[in-house]
Design a binder for this molecule. Structure first.
Ligand code: GLA
Length: 382
């Protein structure tokens, strides 16, 4: 991504006018609590130093003109009075979807010129799409002084993804992109959207390793998992799996289809682990956190079945190297993408060497790794 002044200069060169605003929304990594958000459960993500930048100016007509700097400078133009899905430039559907939602809520908004640039690795489970959606919401909020807080902004981004793009995702990614706090992860209750900051202990780093297996089958498998969870909640006649306890679930095992039972067991136990993780953060209990992260990975592997052999291999290598000093697990939706580790900064070299020595030999692929800082969300004030 370009620096702010270079970015403004590029905007001027492309649109022949000054940018009124430059907005940014971060991607995220989820430290623990996967496939729990759409079950009204708990997640513990953090906003990271990868994200989407948008330079923008208002237009007096109803057209939105977008240039995507990192997609070969492809450009699209559409009218906010008639927003259609675009099969050719699929990236533009995030802008179109958000505009459709914004226009319903704020009918007075007009068009805009947008220059977009992002550096969240795509298809890696680090929420490039949520960061794009939240950046578009933020840009229009600034351009047209829309009365939006971070929660409302996140819900709008999610609505765009659910109703326009077609992925039935939960609220985690957009919410953390909007409301993350620098230096802190966040324990988020996805039912009532309240959250607590989870401070990263002194001397601990966030290490993310991209398996470089692009996420595949994401939407179909994801939507199927969600339906399976909803079936079990319906069996218990409860609004969501959040409302089913582990003992209730275990008592009903023989009545449930074994696959559905395992899916639900993942969600119910993952909620317990995620809530427990908060006190590990507060007490700098890295051994405890490491244990929860390992259990989470095992559950996503065996009960929820969303890992790949590469993700399993990476998590094993990192956990072995870390011992009681920290932990690693897959992060996000799964079926490819990244593993996240929390580790003492002094151990990062050891972890990197481990990956360099083992990953290619075992899987014939190179992994990319990133030491990430934890950043502020687009709508978080302090
Ligand atoms: C994707 C979705 C999120 C969440 C995760 C899994 O990132 O967008 O809403 O469900 O998968 O935890």
């Amino acid at each position: 991504m370009e620096t702010k002044s270079l970015f403004k200069k590029s905007f001027r060169a492309k649109f022949n006018t000054e940018a009124d605003v430059v907005c940014h929304a971060p991607g995220r990594v989820n430290i623990i609590g996967d496939h729990t958000d759409y079950n009204d459960g708990f997640v513990l993500p953090a906003a990271i130093n990868f994200g989407t930048d948008i330079a923008a100016s208002c237009r007096e007509d109803e057209f939105v003109n977008v240039i995507a700097l990192d997609c070969n400078e492809e450009s699209v133009e559409f009218s906010i009075e008639d927003i259609q899905f675009d099969d050719t430039y699929s990236w533009s559907n995030y802008v179109r979807g958000v505009l459709q939602v914004l226009k319903q809520e704020f009918p007075h908004i007009r068009g805009a010129n947008l220059l977009v640039s992002g550096n969240v690795p795509q298809g890696a489970g680090l929420s490039s799409s949520a960061s794009f959606e939240v950046a578009v919401v933020k840009t229009f909020a600034e351009l047209y002084q829309l009365p939006l807080d971070g929660i409302k902004a996140a819900l709008m981004g999610q609505a765009a993804e659910n109703d326009f793009v077609g992925c039935n995702c939960g609220i985690m990614d957009q919410l953390i992109s909007a409301m993350g706090k620098q230096g802190n992860a966040m324990l988020l209750d996805c039912r009532n959207l309240t959250f607590k900051d989870a401070p990263i202990p002194e001397g601990i780093s966030l290490f993310i390793v991209n398996s470089n297996v692009k996420r595949g089958l994401v939407d179909s498998e994801y939507n199927q998992r969600r339906e399976q969870c909803e079936q079990v909640a319906a069996y218990f006649k409860r609004p969501a799996l959040r409302d089913v306890s582990l003992s209730e679930l275990e008592a009903a095992e023989s009545m449930l289809d074994p696959v559905l039972f395992r899916r639900a067991r993942h969600v119910v136990t993952e909620n317990l682990r995620t809530e427990a993780a908060l006190s590990c953060f507060q007490n700098a209990d890295m051994a405890g956190l490491g244990r929860l992260m390992r259990q989470s990975h095992a559950s996503l592997k065996s009960d929820f079945e969303v890992t790949t052999k590469e993700l399993d291999g990476l998590a094993d290598m990192l956990n072995e190297a870390l011992g009681e000093l920290g932990g690693a697990r897959m992060t996000g939706g799964g079926f490819g993408g990244c593993v996240v580790a929390l580790a003492p900064t002094s151990q990062l070299d050891v972890l990197q060497n481990t990956i360099d020595e083992l990953y290619f030999t075992k899987f014939g692929l190179n992994a990319d790794s990133y030491v990430c800082s934890i950043e502020q969300g687009a709508f978080r004030a302090i």
